[in-house]
Design a binder for this molecule. Structure first.
Ligand SMILES: C[S@@+](CC[C@H](N)C(=O)[O-])C[C@H]1O[C@@H](n2cnc3c(N)ncnc32)[C@H](O)[C@@H]1O
Length: 206
């Protein structure tokens, strides 16, 4: 099954709060985003945001330039429905992150929780990193969370890559400085435990 079909089916058959990656609040992501110190008018993109509540909390915190990108139209629709009138304050992009063309030097902050780890082919990871490099401003921040070395080998029934903080940072290379990394134990709605690693990097300013 093609990746898009897989994700559409997942979101057609499960409510957003029943998927294994559901968090009522993406608290660690929010804490790391706030720790960057970017202003409320900073360009922030949540890549593979799906139906995550991160965008709700960023709007509530006063961030005004938000983009959510995802492969799944159904997931984006669920997030827009949940936001009600405030959905118009967000840019929604239905696209594959390995092929999308995003504007150059557009974002101050790139966030991805549990998307990069699905890229098991080196050429897809290289395409992803090229897009980060082009679309994140010099001096901008990149927060990427994947399953950790001791995390599960599959997510949503698909094989994933698992990373230590250093391995994850290595995928991005020297143009990105690793500022901080954090582990998180995620409890799925079904009661399983999953280890995540979050890398918080900064793109060199020139
Ligand atoms: C495990 S979910 C994580 C969702 C969200 N980031 C969160 O933490 O709640 C992975 C998401 O990535 C999306 N996705 C998977 N592959 C993608 C790709 N190549 N491009 C864009 N989105 C993708 C899926 O549709 C899904 O919403």
């Amino acid at each position: 099954m093609q990746s898009k079909q897989h994700w559409e089916k997942v979101y057609e058959t499960k409510t957003p709060d029943a998927v294994s990656w559901f968090q009522p609040h993406a608290q660690l992501s929010l804490d790391l985003i706030k720790a960057t110190g970017v202003g409320h008018d900073a360009g922030i993109i949540d890549v593979g945001g799906g139906a995550s509540t991160l965008v709700d909390d960023l709007l509530a915190e006063g961030y005004t330039d938000l983009t959510v990108l995802d492969l799944s139209a159904v997931a984006l629709h669920a997030a827009r429905q949940r936001l009600g009138e405030r959905e118009s304050e967000v840019r929604w992009i239905e696209a594959d992150i390995t092929t999308v063309e995003l504007p150059d030097n557009r974002y101050d902050l790139w966030h991805d929780r549990a998307v990069f780890h699905f890229l098991t082919e080196p050429q897809d990871r290289e395409a992803y990193v090229r897009t980060v490099f082009r679309s994140v401003k010099p001096g901008g921040y990149v927060i990427v969370a994947t399953f950790a070395e001791d995390g599960p080998v599959q997510c949503s029934g698909l094989p994933v890559m698992r990373y230590s903080a250093d391995e994850l940072h290595d995928e991005f290379g020297e143009a990105f400085t690793l500022l901080q990394h954090r582990k998180e134990t995620h409890h799925t709605p079904a009661g399983a435990v999953q280890q995540f690693v979050y890398c918080y990097c900064r793109r060199a300013s020139s």
